[in-house]
Unconditional design. Structure first.
Length: 368
């Protein structure tokens, strides 16, 4: 999801404990503030923002909190407006068919859905509009709408002001840890692919990620890095509040950009492997008693050294080390495979690896 820092898929227990403690504190503080203020006896809306807003990237809390507060205000206003003109549900309507209650519910539902999609932002509708509208409709008590607004505002303000101050993560370190985790998983994936191709087995296997989660991780990490870099350019006081280091580790941004770019090319390569396996069938090991179609595809078998060399060059570049020699070897194997298997079908299969070489070469040129 865009708004998250690329971290290892399973955070260590210490990080999970910090996140849980941060959430508990940010939920308990507004709860007791609203109890002291006397907004209601059970101020649940004050504790909900901590659950719904706090993410691994705690610095995204202001943006998420603002979106939630606007959604609450719009949802409460819509439901209050509808219930002013149409009768709210009564006790009798629960046990009997009430046309008036059905009409009011449909009106609240339609207005809430319209407001939710009219406030489309960040690639998703603002669901808080419809949630708030339905909650106000279901709890049509005098003063409840104002109490929900106040409690939601207190909870959001607590999360925005207090959340980033409680064990704030270092976004640059989180991005670097996420890059290391991605690099390890990618190396294992390409190693599995090369071993299967070299052994004459099927070019695809369950180890290949069918979903895009692995390939999206570098782009999410790069987005988080860019947000942290923009925060570091803010005036001194906000930067102290956000606790963002003023300087990232040397070369981290370039390595994240390489990871994001090469993720697209390698995703294309693995998808082409699946497509080739689907159209050509599995290339099983040769069987003396089988027909001529059972021999492994030589183009796929000869691709194994090229995959290993590409993985080694990319891994070296993502570590921030000199990968010129590994890149030259990968390009040489690419030329050899092109000369040995010049068909259009094989060229399409090599395209993802060739584009990966280009990305690594541009990365090396930019560092010089």
């Amino acid at each position: 999801m865009p708004g998250t820092v690329a971290v290892p898929h399973n955070p260590p227990p210490r990080a999970r404990l910090r996140s849980a403690t941060r959430l508990a504190v940010c939920a308990a503080v507004p709860w007791f503030l609203c109890l002291w203020w006397g907004t209601s006896t059970v101020p649940v809306p004050a504790a909900l923002p901590a659950v719904l807003i706090l993410r691994e990237d705690v610095y995204a809390a202001p943006r998420l909190g603002w979106n939630r507060l606007v959604g609450v205000v719009v949802g409460v206003a819509l439901s209050t407006f509808v219930l002013h003109w149409l009768p709210p549900p009564s006790a009798s309507s629960v046990t009997s068919v009430s046309a008036a209650a059905s009409v009011s519910f449909l009106a609240v539902l339609a207005c809430g859905c319209a407001g939710m999609y009219l406030m489309y932002q960040g690639g998703a509708p603002n669901q808080q509009v419809l949630v708030s509208a339905l909650v106000i409709y279901a709890t049509a008590l005098p003063g409840y709408a104002l109490a929900r607004l106040v409690e939601s505002a207190v909870g959001i303000a607590t999360v925005v002001l207090l959340g980033p101050l409680l064990w704030p993560p270092d976004p640059y370190r989180s991005a670097a840890d996420g890059l290391d985790a991605y690099r390890g998983e990618l190396g294992g994936l390409l190693g599995t692919v090369a071993a299967r191709l070299g052994g004459g087995g099927p070019p695809t296997a369950p180890e290949l990620p069918e979903e895009a989660e692995l390939w999206l991780r570098p782009r999410n990490g790069l987005a988080s890095y860019d947000r942290a870099a923009r925060r570091a350019r803010l005036p001194r006081l906000p930067r102290l509040y956000l606790r963002t280091p003023s300087r990232p580790p040397d070369g981290l941004g370039e390595r994240l950009r390489l990871a994001a770019r090469s993720a697209l090319t390698l995703q294309y390569f693995t998808q082409e492997l699946r497509e080739r396996a689907r159209t050509d069938g599995p290339c099983a090991a040769p069987d003396p008693g089988a027909g001529p179609g059972s021999a492994p595809d030589p183009a796929l078998r000869d691709l194994a050294p090229l995959v290993r060399a590409t993985a080694r060059a990319l891994d070296t570049a993502l570590r921030g080390e000199d990968c010129a020699a590994d890149l030259d070897r990968a390009r040489g194997l690419d030329l050899a495979h092109r000369a040995a298997h010049p068909t259009r079908h094989d060229a399409v299969l090599r395209a993802g690896l060739h584009l990966t070489h280009e990305a690594v070469a541009d990365h090396v040129s930019a560092r010089r």
